[in-house]
Design a protein around this ligand. Structure first.
Ligand code: PEP
Length: 250
C-alpha cells in the first residue's frame, strides 16, 4: 500500500507572516492519515520546520542545485535544505523547466544529489497544451519520466507528480479519464524500467488546479496517490479540506 501524500507548493509566496497560516494548517491536520508536505520558499524552511515540529506537516523545498557544494552564487544545495529542516524537494517543476531551461538530464542530476542528501525527490512531468493537442501527451511524459528519474529510484526516494502545464494555475483540469490514462501509462513505464515491486511503491501525484471542490473526484482515479497543490496550498482553510478528501479516499 502506498502512503497517500498531499504536497503544497507555495512557489515565490510567503514571508514570516505566512507561518501563522502554517501553524493553522498543522493544527487542522493533527489527525491526518495522509502524509502532508508544505514546500515554502527556502527563506522560510528553517522557521517552518520549527513551527511544524511534532506535527503531521513535513517541510520541503522547491528546488536544489545538482552539485553538493561549490561556487554557485545564489544557489542552495540539497544538504543545506536538509540541514534547514526539509525532508523533500520538488524538482523539474514546469515553471523551473520554462524559466530556467531545466532539462531532464539536469533534473535527474538534481534528484541524484537530493536523494544522497536524504531528501525525497518529487519529480514533475507534464505536457503543454500544444503537445496535448498534437496527441503527444504520452510520448512527452514518458520521455520526461525516463530522462528525469535516477536509475536507483524507489518508493522511498522518489515521488512522481503529473502536472499538465496547461492546468497549472489556470483553473483548467483534465478529465478524470485523461488523468487515468496518464497515470496508468506512467505506472506501466515505471514497471518496465524498475520492475513491478519497485515501481509499485513509487507514488504518483496529480497536480494542476486541485481545489477542495474537485479533489474528491481526482483522488478517486486509479493510480492517483495524492496531489501537488499550488494556489490552494497557501491558506489552511483551502488546503486542509484537500487533505481530508485524500484521507477519505484512502
Ligand atoms: C503547481 O504549481 O505545482 C500547481 C499544481 O499549481 P496550482 O495548484 O496552482 O495549479
Amino acid at each position: 500500500m502506498r502512503q497517500k501524500l498531499v504536497a503544497g507548493n507555495w512557489k515565490m509566496n510567503g514571508t514570516a507572516s505566512a507561518l501563522t497560516e502554517l501553524g493553522n494548517l498543522a493544527y487542522s491536520c493533527k489527525s491526518a492519515k495522509s502524509e502532508v508536505l508544505i514546500c515554502p520558499p527556502s527563506t522560510l524552511i528553517y522557521r517552518a520546520s520549527n513551527v511544524c515540529v511534532d506535527s503531521k506537516v513535513e517541510i520541503g523545498a522547491q528546488d536544489c542545485h545538482s552539485a553538493t557544494y561549490g561556487a554557485h552564487t545564489g544557489d542552495l544545495s540539497a544538504e543545506m535544505l536538509h540541514d534547514a529542516g526539509a525532508t523533500a524537494v520538488i524538482l523539474g517543476h514546469s515553471e523551473r523547466r520554462a524559466d530556467h531551461a531545466e532539462t531532464d538530464k539536469l533534473v535527474r542530476a538534481k534528484a541524484t544529489t537530493a536523494i544522497a542528501a536524504g531528501l525525497t525527490a518529487i519529480i514533475c512531468v507534464g505536457e503543454t497544451l500544444v503537445e496535448r493537442e498534437a496527441g503527444r501527451t504520452m510520448d512527452v511524459v514518458r520521455a520526461q519520466l525516463e530522462g528525469s528519474l535516477p536509475d536507483d529510484s524507489s518508493g522511498s526516494k522518489v515521488v512522481v507528480a503529473y502536472e499538465p502545464v496547461w492546468a497549472i494555475g489556470t483553473g483548467k483540469v483534465p478529465t478524470v479519464e485523461q488523468i487515468a490514462e496518464v497515470h496508468s501509462g506512467l505506472r506501466a513505464s515505471l514497471v518496465k524500467r524498475f520492475g513491478g515491486e519497485t515501481a509499485k511503491a513509487i507514488r504518483l501525484l496529480y497536480g494542476g488546479s486541485v481545489k477542495s471542490s474537485n479533489a474528491k473526484e481526482i483522488f478517486a482515479v486509479a493510480e492517483v496517490d495524492g496531489a501537488l497543490v499550488g494556489g490552494a496550498s497557501l491558506k489552511a482553510a483551502d488546503f486542509a479540506p484537500i487533505v481530508s478528501a485524500l484521507d477519505a479516499s484512502a
